[in-house]
Design a protein around this ligand. Sequence first.
Ligand code: FES
Length: 111
Amino acid sequence: MSDTPYYQRHIFFCLNERTNGENCCAHHGAQQAFERCKSLVKKQGLAGPGKVRVNKAGCLDRCAGGPIAVVYPEGTWYTYVDEADIDEIVESHLKNGQVVERLRTPPELGR
Ligand code: FES
């Protein structure tokens, strides 16, 4: 069996929505960010086996740092704000393997 991972990088976006008034990523543009990331990855030919996969996720339990995305295999947590942040994550991390330091979720932020 090969140790080569099926995807080189895998990014998960929390799209969780709460209707009870509590904070959640869906109230901070998570769906739009997910869609932008997915379409950029596709447009740049980065999508597919051996390359990059963009997935939806439920609550990743770090809501205080939301909106949240996490990239594996590095296990890098991101707190993004706008489209430019998503573009930078795609270009720098998903494409070139360079973590975007300025967007890392502060380690103390959990739920
Ligand atoms: S609602 Fe997004 S991490 Fe919990």
